[in-house]
Design a protein around this ligand. Structure first.
Ligand code: SF4
Ligand code: SF4
Length: 294
């Protein structure tokens, strides 16, 4: 069962929800994998404090131009949608940090002057956090292809476990790459006008993916009721509310987990999981998890 925790923007409490959900489930005896796909700014490790046991470099194919063969025709620059290869005064320049590895330049080159070479764009790290399987990825600074790292992370998902996936924020390609194939998406939003705006956008994306969708409201006692009204209008179940509690802020700023520092919150995360599991595709997953842990 894969639950992806997502949000319309960073800083809404997505990682707080994902890490605490994973640890609360593990404390209940479930077999859990925490997977951080927020590869441009992974921070789940700050709270999970894993012991990393394996590192895998992620590589991407990038064009390499043979100057001996190149005639300076310029077709490679014309076909590239990302200005990652340009031809100026019959000289070809590449800007690999802009390259999306589509391979079009190599295909169009009439002289077969472009070949592909692998280069590192990031790393996937695998480890253990007190019994919770831990996986995260890190995209090298300046690299644009987050989905490649995310797909490498997802290859290591164990479908027999409860997988809590921390998605990149937003609704662009990296977030979609993380959310697709999930059994459920748990959106996290704050009850503010900005929170509502981001929630509306991300909710529409999840609907396009045809994945059961749930809502967690962080700092639930601030702002107004427009996020709740939106949820009601879309029949989007609110499965978790985390209050704007000073003790939570202190715990978070110290790199701690709420469910460890404030065990009375553990039940809220477990209830959220049960509510997610009892609706839509998650039912099967919960039943298999329950059978497994009994
Ligand atoms: S398409 Fe090939 S031959 Fe033409 S400029 Fe590019 S590398 Fe050179
Ligand atoms: S592989 Fe695609 S994105 Fe990269 S330089 Fe060639 S055409 Fe541009």
């Amino acid at each position: 069962m894969i639950i992806t925790v997502a949000s319309g923007k960073g800083g809404t409490g997505k990682t707080t929800v994902a890490t605490n959900l994973a640890v609360a489930l593990h404390a209940e005896g479930k077999d859990v994998q925490y997977v951080d796909c927020d590869v441009e700014a992974p921070n789940g490790h700050i709270f999970m404090k894993p012991e990393i046991t394996e590192r895998v470099a992620v590589k991407l194919e990038s064009p390499r131009v043979d100057a001996e063969k190149c005639t300076g025709c310029g077709q490679c620059g014309e076909v590239c949608q990302f200005s990652a290869i340009v031809c100026i005064n019959k000289k070809v320049l590449t800007f690999l940090e802009l390259c999306h590895a589509c391979g079009a330049c190599g295909l169009i080159c009439p002289e077969k002057a472009i070949t592909e070479a692998l280069r590192d764009i990031g790393v996937v790290e695998i480890g253990d956090s007190n019994g919770v399987d831990f996986i995260h990825g890190k995209l090298n600074i300046g690299e644009p292809i987050a989905p490649k790292i995310i797909s490498e992370i997802k290859k290591r998902i164990d479908p027999r476990k409860i997988v809590v996936m921390d998605s990149p924020p937003g609704s662009s390609c990296p977030a979609i790459e993380a959310m697709k194939d999930s059994d459920s998406v748990l959106l996290v939003a704050e009850p503010t006008p900005f929170g509502l705006n981001d929630l509306e956008i991300t909710y529409e994306v999840v609907k396009e993916l045809d994945t059961p969708c749930f809502l967690a409201i962080n700092k639930a006692d601030i702002g107004d009721d427009r996020v709740r009204k939106f949820a009601e209008s879309k029949e989007l179940p609110i499965v978790l509310e985390v209050p704007h509690d000073r003790r939570i802020a202190e715990c978070y700023s110290g790199g701690g987990l709420i469910v460890d520092a404030l065990p009375d919150y553990r039940e809220r995360f477990l209830e959220a999981f049960e509510k997610i599991g009892l609706t839509g595709k998650g039912q099967e997953g919960v039943e298999s998890c329950q059978k497994k842990s009994s």
